[in-house]
Design a binder for this molecule. Sequence first.
Ligand SMILES: Cc1cc2nc3c(=O)[nH]c(=O)nc-3n(C[C@H](O)[C@H](O)[C@H](O)COP(=O)(O)OP(=O)(O)OC[C@H]3O[C@@H](n4cnc5c(N)ncnc54)[C@H](O)[C@@H]3O)c2cc1C
Ligand code: SF4
Length: 338
Amino acid sequence: MAIIRDIMPAFELFQPATVGDALGLLDQHGSDAWVLAGGLDSFDWLKDRIKRPKVVIDLSQVSELRGVKEVNGGLEIGAMTTLTEVVRNPIVKAKFGILAQGAELAASPQIRNQGTLGGNVSQDARCWYYRAGWPCYRAGGNICYADTPVGRNREHAILHADRCVAVNPSDSAPALIALDAKFVVQTPKGERVVDAEDYFVGPEVDITRMNILQPGHLLTAIRIPSTWAGTQFYFEKIRDRNVWDFPLMNVASAMILSGDTIQNMRIAVNAAAARPLRLKAVEQAVRGQSRSDATGEMAGKLAVQGAVPLQFNAYKIPLMRNLVKRAISGVREAAWAS
Ligand SMILES: Cc1cc2nc3c(=O)[nH]c(=O)nc-3n(C[C@H](O)[C@H](O)[C@H](O)COP(=O)(O)OP(=O)(O)OC[C@H]3O[C@@H](n4cnc5c(N)ncnc54)[C@H](O)[C@@H]3O)c2cc1C
Ligand code: SF4
């Protein structure tokens, strides 16, 4: 008889109304608890019975986790703010356009109406094997099914792989790194504020998670400083279909120009590795250079140094080189426009 997978196994559901109550519940239930935001990633796991938490803590009633506030010329965005709210916010659009672009290119309108910014940066890997419940390294086993001569690894990593070759699929994450955002995490020991790039971890740090959150932790807000407001932005996402599709790769950058000369820049790519990558070597190499094709070419080559393709994803190396090149030169080739 077929296994029916659309009914979730029972769990105890809590719907706290304040951050304090949510933290109390997380503290009480530790690793038995699952944080539920928009549910787009969570419900897949629960319905497929691959993750079986005893307790689910639904954040949808915690109004203090929602909304976009202007703070010192920058922004504080509550973790439960939906992607649609982020995309439509006039200040995000006017001053931090790459975040609006990244969020708008994620998934589909229905998913963006429900999916939250906190969930988008905290979502798990989309590797076929892992999502189907295969007992791979990331699931606590001792094999990677994707990194084999016949494994389905077209979407997988070209950089920083360590046993697991899955990638981080978030479209908002590289934009937040380029904007030098800070992630606010509440822990049992108090508040911790980390740079966006340090929120994410690769398999060499912890193969079973994609970010620093441990049981009992809650991401409450993302702060964007005014530093990069209104600078020259570039965001591009490459995907197989133009809607409802995860990135094969994306790039986000913020640049300060003096005439044609690049004074300062931040640039990040995602879906190249298990964590979004800030390209610090590129940032340093382009500082003081003219914004030109030649500088873009140089930066693109630098960005892919050390890249190692799998059986079916060698195309990601020229893809990343060209995305970085276009982010630097500012020229988007029509053929690639998404
Ligand atoms: C069909 C489909 C296509 C998609 N395409 C894209 C795409 O192209 N690009 C893209 O970027 N995303 C894409 N997504 C992801 C989607 O945009 C959501 O952002 C994502 O599923 C998670 O957001 P959520 O609010 O639903 O979080 P949930 O699914 O509820 O949570 C996701 C994870 O984060 C944890 N979590 C959530 N919030 C917090 C918090 N505040 N503190 C601690 N932990 C937390 C949860 O415990 C869970 O592990 C897609 C999703 C689907 C289903
Ligand atoms: S790439 Fe990672 S998630 Fe996918 S099968 Fe290998 S170990 Fe598992």
